[in-house]
Ligand binder design. Structure first.
Ligand code: UDP
Length: 377
């Protein structure tokens, strides 16, 4: 790309992931204004990018199962794709077998003697009620001997090893909302999420992204990093979905992130795993293995596995995937936020721009809210 051709754009969006695409789509379709989106990667969609290979749609940056309770987000995203009705189920490899996670009554019955499973189930219902979620760090506060046994078992077999691999930290060392994403479930519901609306874009996320970007007022330039163009471009509004610390030249220090590395494997039989995701809290170096053909129920004679290896994030070496929420990091982020608030017409959003562990629906909701705020200015 010839950066000298770039001078003025009315709306500039940095990052062509979900957050950037939503804001661009709204500005083009609702305000009728031109938008330029740049992305340093060679493809659109950010981390929701997928591609079809030999009949299987591969989620390049890890499993993405869409779920939301926010009706306006669900209504919004339906404009760009039909959705295949998919409700994610996940297993964890515990004591040599794949059992449902979130850990629930079915998991207990697979792993514990019947009398013990029944006793614990009764106590859980008496203490918490039925069909409810209990975060592991809450369960660990219980004094009852049977509930304490359960808490220790689940802590050791589901959370401790996985969290050490994923974050390099013990479960109690990260923000409690992180492990609360995968609570103990008092009941038999084997689904990973209980949200009202769940599904996978029928023709994949990339096709949905193409539709979001279809408006003639949206121009996308790939292979274009912010650092390459920032001195040659002027704008009326800038929407920045990259790392907020990078935007400010790391002036307050580098915000910590976790990164990931994926290894793909092809197998010559139709299925390998009982569920789309199989987590390995206690074994191996990887955290989980995704078998993506489950997402759209793609019927093939072969299958593909994506093994997920967490890594430390290292500037310039790999990609920041997850912000690491804890009081120190949040305080550092607040310093950047103060700087951000002083900039007129620059808006930060997305997982990296807001330094928040957003799900896809939260990215959309955040971008839609930001657009509504713009309309009120
Ligand atoms: N987690 C765990 N064991 C599991 C699944 C999740 O310890 O089998 C913890 C771990 O700390 C993980 C967090 O719960 O980072 C959130 O899990 P989730 O599946 O939501 O992670 P994501 O899909 O966002 O990577």
């Amino acid at each position: 790309m010839n950066t000298h051709q770039l001078r003025y754009v009315k709306n500039l969006v940095v990052g062509c992931g979900l957050s950037g695409m939503v804001v661009a789509e709204r500005i083009a379709s609702q305000l009728g204004e031109p938008v330029l989106i740049i992305d340093k990667r060679a493809h659109i969609g950010g981390n929701i990018y997928d591609y079809k290979e030999n009949g299987i749609t591969i989620h390049q940056y890890g499993p993405h199962a869409f779920h939301t309770n926010i009706k306006h987000v669900w209504d919004y995203i339906q404009q760009f794709s039909d959705f295949y009705s998919f409700q994610l189920r996940v297993s964890a490899w515990i004591d040599g077998q794949a059992v449902p996670v979130p850990f629930n009554f079915n998991s207990m019955e697979r792993l514990f003697p019947q009398f013990l499973a029944e006793k614990i189930q009764q106590k859980l219902i008496t203490r918490f009620g039925y069909d409810v979620k209990v975060p592991i760090l809450e369960l660990r506060k219980e004094n009852d001997a049977d509930l304490a046994f359960l808490a220790d078992f689940v802590y050791k077999n589901v959370f401790e090893g996985y969290t050490l691999k994923q974050w390099g930290l013990k479960p109690e060392e990260i923000d409690p909302t992180v492990t609360a994403r995968v609570p103990i479930f008092v009941g038999r519901d084997d689904r990973y999420f209980q949200d009202k609306y769940q599904g996978i874009p029928l023709h994949g996320y990339t096709t949905m992204a193409e539709k979001m970007l279809e408006h003639p007022l949206i121009d996308v330039r790939l292979n274009t990093a912010w650092s390459q163009v920032k001195d040659t471009i002027s704008y009326e509004r800038l929407f920045y979905t990259g790392s907020i610390d990078e935007f400010f030249g790391y002036s307050e220090g580098v915000l910590p992130y976790r990164s990931l590395f994926f290894k793909k494997q092809e197998l010559n039989h139709p299925y390998e795993q009982p569920t789309a995701n199989l987590n390995y809290p206690c074994n191996y170096e990887w955290t989980r293995v995704c078998e993506p053909k489950y997402f759209l129920d793609e019927q093939t004679d072969h299958t593909v596995l994506m093994r997920e290896y967490p890594q430390a994030f290292s500037l310039g070496k790999n990609e920041p995937y997850y912000p690491i929420a804890n009081p120190d990091n949040n305080a550092l982020y607040e310093k950047y936020l103060l700087k951000a608030k002083k900039l007129a017409s620059v808006y930060f959003l997305g997982r990296l721009g807001d330094y928040k562990y957003y799900n896809m629906d939260q990215c959309i909701d955040r971008a839609l809210c930001l657009f509504t705020q713009l309309l009120q200015q």
